[in-house]
Every structure is written in C-alpha cells, then in structure tokens.
Design a protein around this ligand. Sequence first.
Ligand SMILES: [Fe+2]
Ligand SMILES: [Fe+2]
Length: 187
Amino acid sequence: MEKEFQKIWLEAVVYLRQAQKKDFVLHTKWVVKSMEMLLEREGGDRRVLITAAILHDTGWSEVPLELQAAIEGEMAGRALVLHLKNSVPIARKILKDHGFTKKEINKIIDIILSHKFKNPRNLEKRLLIDADTLSDIFKEPFYADAKYYKKTPKQLLEFRKQNHFYTKTARAVFDRELEKRAKEITG
Ligand SMILES: [Fe+2]
Ligand SMILES: [Fe+2]
C-alpha cells in the first residue's frame, strides 16, 4: 500500500480488529487489492476509492456481538444497517485527522453508506460494491470465511457463484478465481 494510505490503514485496523463477525483485517486487505484491480481498468478517483475501501467496514467494530453472530434473518439485517451507520463518525474522525477536505470526506462517506441495500448508478459507488463482493473469492479470504461461517468450501463456493457484479472487470477476475477455487475443491 502506498505511503499516502498507510496512515489511514493503521487507524482503520484498530477498529477492524475489534469486530468479531469475521477477520475484517484480512477482508479489508482484499477489498483494497480488489479495488486496485478495478481502478486500473474502470477508472475512478484513486484517493477517494482506496480510502473508502479501507474504511468501509470499520463500523462493524461497534455492532453488538449478538447481532454480529446472526447469519441471516432480522438480526443480521439490523447488524448490516448498524455497520453502515457506525462507520460514519469513525470515518469522519480519521479523515479529518489526516487532512481530507470536507468535500472529500462527504464523498467518501456517501460511497461507504452505499455499499449495502443500494443499487447506485454512480460508478464509484458501484466500484466499492464490486470490490467488496470480488474480495471474497480470493484464496485467503475464501477459506477464512468458510471457517467463520462454518460452511464447507463446496457450500461456500455454491453460495459465492450467485454473486452479481456491475463491472466487466470484476466479473472477469471473479470468474477466473472461481475456477481456481473449484479446482482446489474438486482436486
Ligand atoms: Fe460492509
Ligand atoms: Fe466489506
């Protein structure tokens, strides 16, 4: 990660480590990597989007543990709503401390808030959703998630196959990685 983003990353990690639902440090690392891949081919404001990727799940740190443990249903829905809401003051504070302008801060927060429950038309918002979904298929996060969600790799792969993407780049990278995971599983 470039120097520009390292300070933000170190601050985000403090929050990400507090979340229990899964390994959010690992997840976020791969969302950032996925975002790098998307930026290369799809464009978008790098400073804004890498920062949004780093901060997008910091709000999980303040979601009550019993809600984090819910995998589906009403409680899981409430957890998702809360992780978005909680990320706002956290992101605002970190960004302010690191010299981001008010305009940049509002843009980043708007992108973070759109990564669930929305079908945005804006490309940058779409890129965070795609990076978030794409990250799950890479080797390290894939097998880590299977453990956290108590699923076999095969079950998780079937589930991941249903993923949708806005961009061609995300779709292509996902399909390539999906094939690799399928080969690993079937041997
Ligand atoms: Fe999230
Ligand atoms: Fe995420």
